[in-house]
Ligand binder design. Structure first.
Ligand code: FEO
Length: 411
């Protein structure tokens, strides 16, 4: 995709990546791809680049820069964030524009040195500090830990354009237009949930703080580092509401059942729970086999829905390793505002229940009912216990469902 004009002196010069299979080496983006957005801001006297792109796309990035600037040379490279999906073309930028100044904060520069062995060209700015480009000023706001310690956003005061870095980003590359009002916004919702749960979920309190710090700004356009550019009041309102919902982990009624299984017995228990939930009136029920689904999809739905039921067989005195993998990431994300339940399956001495109990303790998860332990396959007594667990979860979810429906009718 070629450069696109965003506003007075502002251009998108980013790239789409349909090559990388796993973002951060963990999260599949093979089908949907991802944008690495970068920008140019031209003042009367100076020109700033905002961020670079992943180094597999450096050539395309330079083509886009030159299609906007021609022979003109940028004066500044603002480094909002050092994760290599945005920073790994810094060295190439310095080689091409040896006079350029790298704009960052005290936490940015040691990272540039460590990643790229570059220790000069630096121009340090402060939180709230400004950079005069002539006829317009860029202002900088630090947003630590969203997503890394050095993370910051850049605000063009003249046009009210916020270069929001990872904040307001999503998986899924744009095709054709970069603008939200020229794309199918709904098709970006699931990739946004997945992006948030996988990339930002662990630091959601910091995301809340950053959203609060940016609230006083009068924003006309939002230019994130991933996903679309938002420029209409309706779309910006939608985006702010969605990100507030994400940051405060406001869930929707529905139950996610996640299980691991080796021979289908744990799946049998999961089926009993799913049937009971449906009979009790739960409308949204989703079931994931942790052995078949990348955990990013499960994390996204766990961020979205209120009910969370987990089932796992024992495995050599511990828990099914693929469930352990999910729990490891969930320990960071936590189950916030959730109604949770657990069931295990064992053949002789068990072990999964101890891991689940540790998880509950560490994360402060509230269990809706006692954990159910099934030896072998579920018998009549186990079925009663599984149904009791499902009913306990369903009671709270159906109440939330009714409340949400009443609210919708009232609007
Ligand atoms: Fe898109 Fe945290 O980098």
């Amino acid at each position: 995709m070629k450069n696109q004009k965003i506003g007075d002196g502002i251009y998108w010069i980013g790239v789409q990546d349909f090559t990388t299979y796993m973002f951060e080496g963990m999260w599949p983006i093979d089908q949907e791809g991802v944008n690495y957005n970068a920008y140019i801001v031209e003042g009367d006297d100076k020109i700033a680049l905002i961020d670079t792109v992943k180094s597999i796309k450096t050539d395309e990035y330079f083509e886009n820069i030159e299609s906007v600037l021609g022979d003109k040379v940028p004066d500044y490279l603002v480094v909002n964030h050092m994760e290599p999906d945005h920073s790994s073309s810094i060295e190439a930028v310095i080689n091409r524009y040896p006079g350029i100044r790298i704009v960052g904060n005290t936490k940015t520069f040691p990272m540039i040195e460590n990643f790229y062995q570059i220790d000069d060209h630096f121009l340090e700015i402060t939180n709230g500090g400004e950079l005069d480009l002539g006829g317009r000023k860029l202002q900088f706001f630090f947003t630590p830990m969203v997503h890394w310690p050095e993370s910051m956003v850049t605000f063009d005061q003249k046009t009210g354009t916020l270069f929001s870095m990872d904040i307001f980003g999503s998986f899924k590359a744009t095709v054709g237009s970069i603008f939200a009002d020229e794309n199918d916004i709904e098709s970006f919702e699931e990739p946004t949930y997945r992006y948030y749960a996988c990339i930002v979920g662990k630091v959601t309190e910091m995301a809340q703080r950053s959203l609060g710090a940016l609230a006083p700004l009068t924003i006309n356009t939002i230019c994130p580092s991933h996903g679309m550019i938002w420029r209409t009041p309706e779309d910006i309102d939608y985006l702010l509401k969605l990100w507030t919902k994400l940051a405060y982990a406001k869930t929707e009624p529905g139950v996610i059942i996640t299980y691991g299984t080796m021979y289908g017995n744990t799946r049998e228990s999961a089926d009993i729970i799913a049937d009971t939930l449906r009979e009790a009136g739960v409308k949204t029920i989703k079931m994931y086999d942790v052995g078949r689904t990348n955990i990013s999809y499960i994390l996204a739905d766990l961020w979205k829905y209120q009910g969370a039921i987990f089932g796992s067989p024992a495995y050599y005195g511990g828990i099914f390793p693929l469930m352990q993998n999910l729990l490891y990431k969930l320990e960071g994300n936590k189950l916030r505002n959730h109604v949770a339940g657990f069931f295990t399956e064992y053949s002789w001495s068990g072990g999964a229940e101890r891991v689940f109990q540790d998880f509950v303790k560490k994360t402060g998860t509230v269990e809706a009912a006692d954990m159910v332990r099934v030896q072998g396959a579920p018998n009549k007594q186990d079925t009663v216990a599984l149904k009791t667990l499902a009913h306990a979860v369903a009671t709270e979810i159906v109440a939330a469902q009714n409340e949400a429906e009443a609210q919708l009718q009232a609007e």
